[in-house]
Design a protein around this ligand. Sequence first.
Ligand code: B12
Length: 157
Amino acid sequence: MVNVLLVQTVNSARNLDANDTPLGLAYLAGYLRVHMKDVSINIISSDEKLDFMKYKPDIVGMTSVSQNFNIAKELAAMIKKEKNIPIAIGGHHISALPHLLTKDMDVAAIGEGEQTFLEIVELVKSKKFSAANLHNVKGIAFRENGKMVFTGPRERL
Ligand code: B12
């Protein structure tokens, strides 16, 4: 069993940041459920903050628009402090500016994320999540020995 926690970054001070489940994360969850056995998925909002660990995540996937990227950064730092689990981030902001990946974020998913995230979660599930193996996942950026690696575009769904 692998526990996946998907987090929508929200700024509750803004009207449009309702806590509705974002379609993008729902697509990722739907794709995982169809293509992977023994996976448990929770989708929550960044407002839950310190309660994250109650979901016992093996991997966290975050989504963020530019406006909420600071929230994503803080969350990634907070989660890493608590437990060293892989953190992937996707969405418009990191897709356009993958070099902004922070030291607390392990993987940037560029563009459509369904197949990309499935492959990342498969690595986590089989305990093979490492920079060496990330080279085989198309459509991502990550840091290796301080250098940014881009694995090349993923075919569009
Ligand atoms: C619908 C929509 C909304 C709805 C969302 C409703 C809902 N419950 O889903 C509402 C009205 C709530 C909304 C609010 C806002 N929105 Co809006 N929204 C959109 C819109 C039109 C479509 C998004 C969508 O659902 N796409 C379909 C899904 C399936 O695709 P996706 O989200 O991109 O996700 C895919 C990939 O990005 C990737 N992915 C995404 N996240 C992750 C995470 C991981 C871990 C991985 C691996 C992959 C991954 O995989 C997904 C599946 O392929 C886009 C424009 C567009 N055409 O994309 C703007 C857009 C995303 N919004 C934008 C903005 C600015 C906002 C607000 C900040 C507005 C405001 N001033 O408050 C808020 C922020 C809300 C928030 N907390 O994120 C901007 C973001 C720009 C930027 N630079 O980041 C966009 C691009 C519009 C624009 N051109 O300006 N929005």
